[in-house]
Design a protein around this ligand. Structure first.
Ligand SMILES: [Zn+2]
Length: 413
């Protein structure tokens, strides 16, 4: 396959990797000097990363909006924004069905993945993610690539996943779905697969279970990044080129006294405009909600009487903790949302606040730790790391995006 030099997909082209290229999405890795990685490096817990700083490319960039997991994983692996790939949350209000619908099914994905294009050109591709829901989206149309989730590693099989006996290969038990082990399993599997197979392109996507629970510098977070550092080092020593980014950052929404900064948006608009006049859709809601109680920093609102949209927007703008209120047109233009999957209004909370639907819908008793979540503009910072110094010309791109990571890793000399 050495004759093939460029792969084109979604209007961008990518160079064939000269050595195994591993692209990692470190879920929820709030970056910067006060972020998880730099803090762990300073505390001496990421010796590999420390040794790489002077010989790598390491920047802070931005993610796509809303700053949610599936939205950004799909942005990263298609190299595009939600208006193109169509995934704009875990849930959306489906006009065809007249109700809120889970966006897990790969039929909702409107763009080809970079993996699919490489697979079609004969590349050996491997994709490992934490949760099965994301595996289905990432694996769309793949027929030859290894593609499995650590959540369902025990039932991975040749027909569906192009790999079997994963637990034996990794020599680890099936991890709990709410655990740090779920992410560690991904790295451990990656190491074994790299040792065994000639992989051209690999994508690893962890879960933000730890980042929802622990702030940068907390023991749980430090343990996690120390673990990650060990695997990055192993994969690098196996001759891989390693790049990572994140799907989104993460911010604490709890005050020092333990009180939560929450906005119950459905209750707010019901109180002012009457019941059933507005439908607030919390698009972060998903079947795995224990760690954030379904609170995010982004909601979209459908207004029954379209003539009231401006009134609703003006009212919401005055609510304490609200950061941005824009109409549908602006959400399409500025936030690159898909026109048929977004409501009449988009609202984000500031980095100290989270938004829920109705107080009676959210079970706060399940929140064992201070609330940390994402979805808004305050959680759009993400790290960009490539394990070599790439050509300076990348700086002309301006603010780097997480969905540039394949471009930066594969195309720059
Ligand atoms: Zn995430």
């Amino acid at each position: 396959m050495s004759a093939i030099k460029q792969i084109s997909v979604n209007g961008k082209s990518y160079k064939w990797p000269t050595k195994p290229a591993i692209i990692i999405c470190l879920d929820g890795s709030e970056p910067g000097p006060k972020g998880y990685i730099d803090t762990a490096i300073r505390m001496g817990l990421m010796p590999f990363m420390k040794s790489m700083i002077s010989k790598s490319t390491y920047e802070v960039g931005k993610c796509a909006m809303p700053s949610f997991t599936n939205v950004n994983n799909m942005s990263i692996v298609t190299g595009t924004t939600p208006d193109i790939h169509g995934i704009c949350g875990n849930f959306f209000f489906n006009p065809d069905e007249g109700k809120e619908t889970l966006m897990n099914d790969d039929s909702f994905l409107r763009a080809s993945t970079i993996f699919e294009a490489f697979e079609n050109a004969g590349a050996k591709v491997a994709v490992i993610t934490a949760k099965e829901k994301l595996r289905k989206l990432l694996g769309k149309n793949l027929r030859k690539a290894i593609c499995f989730s650590s959540e369902k590693a025990d039932v991975a099989n040749l027909k569906d996943n192009r790999i079997d006996n994963v637990l034996d290969l990794v020599k680890k038990p099936l991890p709990e779905v709410y655990s740090s082990d779920l992410s560690e399993f991904i790295f451990a599997a990656a190491v074994e697969i790299i040792k065994k197979e000639k992989i051209d392109l690999m994508y690893l996507s962890t879960t933000d279970f730890i980042q929802h629970k622990a702030a940068p510098g907390d023991k749980m977070a430090n343990d996690f990044y120390h673990m990650v550092d060990g695997y990055l080092s192993k994969l690098y020593d196996l001759g891989c080129e390693i790049s990572f980014t994140a799907d989104h950052g993460m911010k604490g929404k709890t005050n020092k006294d333990g009180s939560l900064n929450l906005i119950y948006m459905q209750d707010e608009v019901d109180k002012k405009f009457g019941k059933d006049e507005c439908n607030v859709v919390c698009t972060i809601t998903d079947p795995y909600v224990v760690h954030h109680g379904s609170f995010g920093s982004f909601v979209t609102i459908y207004v029954k009487d379209k003539s009231k949209i401006n009134d609703v927007m003006n009212y919401i703008k005055k609510i304490n903790g609200v950061e941005m209120v824009i109409n549908k047109e602006d959400s399409i233009k500025k936030l690159k949302q898909p026109h048929d999957r977004i409501g009449d209004i988009v609202v984000t909370s500031n980095e100290k606040f989270a938004i829920g639907k109705k107080e009676s819908d959210h079970d706060l008793t399940k929140l064992k730790e201070p609330l940390r979540t994402h979805g808004g503009l305050g959680e759009t910072d993400i790290p960009i790391f490539i394990s070599r110094k790439i050509d300076d010309s990348y700086k002309s791109k301006g603010i780097l995006k997480n969905y540039d990571i394949f471009d930066l890793a594969l195309n720059y000399g």
